[in-house]
Ligand binder design. Structure first.
Ligand code: KG4
Ligand code: ZN
Length: 348
């Protein structure tokens, strides 16, 4: 069964065709990173306009590369959560095509789809597995007992970890998106020069990253010899390259350790058969190193290109939904900008 996935929840317009939830036939991603770099972050209105410009050619390219519409058996589409204008454009396009081409339509949850990047290719994770889903908008640990049968174990109380990478990058003067630029700078930095605190949470599996970001801000202020009244946008100019690299490495070290500490605890308690890492931050090599070093069970990581937003993961999840649920009528559907994975979303 070939599923066409359509993704537009944030700043990537993407379409992909995947066979049987596992084999990528085509995978097209139009990233807006170069546009948003100009603004140092995603501007929702700009994102929506860019989706509008490219959504049709992106879908067309993915379908043609798979041999045309006759080869498509179903359409899966991200309808939640995300930026509302961005979601609306991908969703309306996918719904319209489902009606015109007469294909069954499956709405999918973006965060859940990230996990399915791990089903693409040769090695699928074994159930039950613990997933660590870490992106620019989400940080959570979810226990998957089976497809569509999962439980939220912990989540961030404030900023997502990718958001913390992006905000810290801004403070120390590294370009957007912060994750890859911090990882790059950290290669030449000392991860032990600065000591940042780990937040203690009421639910031991919850995270908090906003305190870590503030701790970095305060340490930068004291290192360059200014107080909190100094404009934060001018702080980076006062950092030399080595100090900037040391901040990147020390922040990355503690952010990764925080995530791995929780996963080690959760693995001991829930005894999963594997651990699955997903979302943009899963591309981080230091995180991968720490996980492999500290977890005694198999760990699945998507290839770096499938960690960040793409539509192959959407098509994969769509396939598994199609095996167990009935299609949704594309005429009756709304996008949901904000919805956590702890709510039941499979309509079986
Ligand atoms: O999954 P994603 O593409 O979009 C969301 O759904 O949010 O994740 C984007 C996030 C950004 O915050 C970016 O800085 C972060 O993933 N990221 C990384 C790396 N590559 C991307 N964070 C740490 N290390 C990386 N190598
Ligand atoms: Zn994402």
């Amino acid at each position: 069964m070939n599923v066409l996935g359509v993704e537009s929840s944030c700043d990537e317009t993407a379409a992909a065709v995947v066979a049987n939830g596992r084999q990528i036939i085509s995978n097209v991603v139009n990233s807006q990173i170069n546009i948003h770099k100009l603004y140092n972050g995603v501007v929702p209105e700009v994102a929506a306009r860019s989706h509008l410009e490219v959504v049709i050619p992106v879908i067309d390219e993915a379908v043609q590369a798979a041999g045309g519409w006759d080869q498509i058996d179903a359409i899966a589409n991200t309808t939640m959560p995300g930026l509302i204008g961005s979601l609306l454009i991908g969703s309306l396009s996918a719904r319209m095509l489902a009606i015109v081409k007469n294909k069954p339509y499956y709405p999918v949850h973006h965060v859940e789809a990230h996990v399915y990047a791990n089903f693409l290719g040769d090695k699928a994770p074994s159930f039950p597995f613990l997933s660590l889903i870490i992106s620019g908008g989400h940080s959570q640990i979810v226990l998957f007992r089976d497809h569509g049968n999962y439980e939220l174990i912990g989540q961030t109380a404030d900023d997502a970890v990718g958001e913390a990478f992006d905000k810290v990058a801004k403070i120390i003067g590294l370009p957007y998106p912060g994750g890859p630029s911090i990882a790059e700078a950290a290669k030449n930095g000392d991860p032990h020069r600065f000591h940042f605190p780990k937040a203690h949470m009421h639910n031991k599996y919850d995270f908090s990253f906003s305190g870590l970001k503030t701790a970095v801000l305060r340490e930068v202020q004291s290192t360059v010899g200014v107080d909190h009244t100094f404009p934060s946008t001018k702080l980076a100019d006062k950092l030399d390259e080595q100090t900037r690299n040391d901040f990147a490495a020390s922040f990355q070290q503690i952010a990764c350790e925080t995530l791995v500490d929780k996963l080690v605890m959760a693995t001991n308690e829930f005894q999963p058969r594997s651990v699955v890492v997903a979302g943009g931050v899963a591309a981080n090599q230091e995180l991968r190193r720490q996980l492999i070093e500290r977890l005694p069970i198999p760990i699945n990581f998507p290839t770096p290109a499938l960690c960040t937003d793409n539509a192959a993961m959407v098509a994969s999840l769509g396939y598994f939904k199609a095996q167990r649920t009935t299609p949704t009528d594309p005429r009756h559907l709304e996008v949901i900008p904000s919805i956590s994975m702890n709510q039941t979303i499979w309509n079986n």
